[in-house]
Design a protein around this ligand. Structure first.
Ligand SMILES: Cc1ncc(COP(=O)(O)O)c(C=O)c1O
Length: 358
């Protein structure tokens, strides 16, 4: 029996998608084999790959001057690919430190180039996102990197920073949650295992002109231009994850596109934050303007109750609510495939729990 899954990633996938995948699992499209068992260069697979890419471009309204890459390695791989490719001009880049993932990106980039951490909320435990109007951008920076949605702290930027340097975003936990003006970015990367599909795939949206500036003296596997000129088939791509992402894109289109998900996601998040704010038992300490619509961390008034909360939540069909081990407490990740009904059930359970133990 499927339950409500609030995991931060790998995360919930729509049951419609899973059913469709199940129905064609043994044999795909008269191939005599499953999609996992055929060559990525076959005609059948190529059309699956191309359709997924085109649907992604359509959903996000990505202009022709961008390419979209379907890569392996996760967002973590991007922490190194980005500075290897684009740190070559000045060997220097600006990074914003707003949570655990941007911290990891900084640590990796620092091994390759000089990193200027031009804004940080670490002093306040990552409870807000440093205002982009206050970013003091370095003259020599090749690019500016930030994480619009910090999955662990539940801290988000709701406006795209307006800067006159190439802007690079780790959008792993926020991509496809609402429409996005891709034009404002030089590069966006996102691990798939939240709103895109299963783990193993990373999508990169890259400005073609910017890509040409990239360092050519690095191994091909790290080079964006090489992945682009080989249509993301420089080596064997994560074929099953790419195929499944294509199914998710069709489901997004059928459901009403990103406008629909934006409305639904804001509704889910507002309901949950409103409930937390009106309770004296639960709390969320992120600045209201920077609260994530995808990942909602919250604390109980008494952390001795954490274990009991998680056990009783599971008994009530609510899974994976444990906060990240680095911050403790709880976290409800409410990606596209989590319906309002699941959030309502969580709130109902939280009310009962508070009445019992509060
Ligand atoms: C914002 C963000 N960046 C990077 C990562 C790392 O992704 P991966 O495990 O795919 O390398 C995650 C994983 O949850 C994430 O949420």
């Amino acid at each position: 029996m499927r339950k409500w899954n609030f995991c931060a990633g790998p995360a919930v996938i729509s049951e419609d998608v899973l059913q469709e995948v199940k129905s064609e699992l043994l044999e795909f499209n008269n191939a005599g084999a499953s999609i996992m068992e055929i060559s990525h260069r076959s005609k059948i697979y190529s059309s699956v790959a191309e359709e997924a890419k085109n649907d992604f471009i359509e959903i996000l309204n990505i202009p022709d001057n961008y390419d979209v890459l379907f890569l392996q390695g996760g967002a973590t791989h991007q922490f190194s690919m980005v500075p290897y490719n684009f740190g070559n001009t000045s060997k220097e880049a600006d990074y914003i430190l707003s949570g655990t993932w941007s911290k990891k990106a900084i640590a990796e980039a620092s091994k390759i180039i000089k990193v200027n951490t031009i804004a940080s909320s670490e002093g306040k435990n990552f409870t807000y996102a440093p205002d982009s109007n206050d970013w003091n951008i370095s003259q020599n920076a090749s690019y500016v990197h930030y994480c619009p949605n910090e999955t662990i702290q539940g801290v988000a930027y709701h406006q795209i920073p307006n800067i006159n340097k190439p802007l690079i975003a780790d959008a792993s936990s926020v991509i496809l949650s609402e429409p996005l003006d891709v034009n404002k970015f030089s590069l966006i990367y996102a691990g798939a295992q939240k709103n895109i599909g299963p783990a193993g795939l990373t999508i990169v949206i890259i400005d073609r002109d910017f890509m040409e500036y990239g360092n050519q003296d690095i191994p091909n596997i790290l080079k964006y231009s090489e992945h682009s000129s080989s249509d993301s088939m420089l080596n064997t791509p994560p074929t099953f994850a790419w195929y499944m992402a294509g199914k998710v894109f069709k489901w997004i289109k059928k459901s009403g596109g990103l406008g629909h998900f934006k409305a639904q996601n804001h509704k889910k998040a507002s309901k949950l934050y409103e409930f937390i704010d009106n309770s004296s038992f639960y709390s969320n300490n992120v600045d209201i303007d920077n609260r994530s619509i995808m990942n909602v961390p919250f604390l109980l008034a008494d952390d001795n109750l954490d274990k009991i909360f998680l056990t009783e939540a599971e008994d009530n069909e609510l899974l994976n609510l444990k906060g990240h081990r680095s911050v403790g407490g709880m976290r409800a990740s409410i990606y596209n495939a989590m319906p309002l009904e699941g959030v309502n059930q969580l709130i109902d359970f939280m009310k009962v729990f508070e009445a019992k133990y509060g």
